[in-house]
Design a protein around this ligand. Structure first.
Ligand SMILES: [Zn+2]
Ligand SMILES: [Zn+2]
Length: 344
């Protein structure tokens, strides 16, 4: 089968690779239909790794994907041939302390699609996954929406981790696919005012259209003064979705005492700093978000029930052969790209 392989920093080649095989009775073979080029894929492409997850070449990336079931193992009960599925990219052991504690997203033996030293990715014609990782797509959802389920699950999880009560005011710092998904999920759960920032004017505009109460560019205006004028007591929650040091500092300023900071973005460096005195005086809560757990069904239902519309995020489409162009486009934030999707 054909696959797009990372072969060095900034290099992708389409080559023939062996077909994947069903190994367990509970596995399904999925013909990949669409793959999103995610920020983490771009880290692997442009920098060769994230933290200590270093790519060994050649390597297939890609974890946001949807497709059609083409073969099932003898013990597969729920999925059948021809089913269209959104893929949950995390394969968990189900037996470690984390899995037993209901935290499979921090499973000790977690294997994640398209992650170095874990699992080869989805930028190829076929992948094998356990049946439990395939989530049936209702007829109303197309394969692009199936791809966009994955970033939406992270948003749904982030809103859950925020806890009660649902914030009245919130900021989303960074309006890429994750930030925009958080905006949509926040609206869906009833956050009254959601303010969004991004350094790309096009994304600020997209955030406005997607339902932000206000959106602005920190390079063009004093976004803190603006948000504080809109919410003089400060914000209940901030969703950091860009990994930029400046956003962490803004979050600490923006939050009201007792406010909650959800850290979702992937920083380029390995260290982020905070004004500890502001953190302690305001008694702010910091919560890291590690992907998601148990949110796939809910994300699919949010789309199906038209509580959120994610389709505007699929801005560009490429063939597998043109994977490199997709990565270059996404890495350069060019041409108004939100999510580049590779269709097979
Ligand atoms: Zn992703
Ligand atoms: Zn586990």
């Amino acid at each position: 089968m054909k696959a797009a392989l990372l072969t060095g920093i900034g290099k992708i080649e389409v080559r023939e690779v062996p077909e994947p095989q069903l190994t367990k009775n509970t596995d399904v073979l999925i013909r990949v239909g669409a793959v999103g080029v995610c920020g983490s894929d771009i880290h692997y492409y442009s920098e060769g790794g994230i933290g200590d997850q270093i790519v060994r070449y050649p390597f297939i990336v890609g974890h946001e994907c949807s497709g059609t079931v083409e073969k099932v193992g003898p013990s597969v009960r729920r999925l059948k041939l021809g089913d269209r599925v959104a893929v949950d990219p995390a394969i968990v052991c189900g037996a470690c302390d984390q899995c037993l504690a209901g935290r499979p997203n921090t499973c000790r033996r977690l294997l994640y699609l398209g992650t170095p030293n874990q699992l080869s990715g989805a930028l190829c014609e076929r992948i094998v996954m356990p049946e439990e990782n395939g989530f049936l797509l209702p007829a109303e959802l197309n394969l692009d929406e199936g791809v966009l389920v994955e970033p939406l699950t992270i948003a749904v999880h982030s809103l859950k981790l925020t806890g009660e009560p649902v914030p009245d005011t919130a900021a989303v710092l960074g309006a890429g696919p994750i930030g925009l998904s958080v905006l949509l999920a926040a609206r869906a759960v009833g956050v009254r005012a959601v303010y969004v920032t991004d350094k790309i004017d096009g994304r600020v505009e997209v955030a406005r259209k997607a339902g932000a109460s206000w959106a602005g560019n920190p390079d063009r205006e004093d976004i803190i003064a603006r948000m504080i004028s809109l919410a003089p007591e400060g914000l209940d929650a901030v969703y950091e979705c860009c990994g930029d040091q400046s956003a962490f500092s803004q979050a600490v300023e923006l939050l009201k005492p007792g406010g909650r900071l959800l850290i979702i973005g992937i920083p380029t460096g390995d260290r982020i700093s905070f004004d500890i005195h502001a953190l302690r005086r305001k008694e702010l809560s910091l919560h890291n978000v590690r992907r998601q757990r148990f949110c796939v069904r809910e994300a699919i239902d949010l789309i199906r029930n038209k509580q959120v519309d994610v389709r505007f995020m699929a801005t560009h489409r490429f063939a597998l052969e043109d994977a490199r162009q997709a990565f270059e486009l996404a890495a350069g934030y060019r041409d108004g790209v939100i999510r580049a999707i590779i269709s097979l």
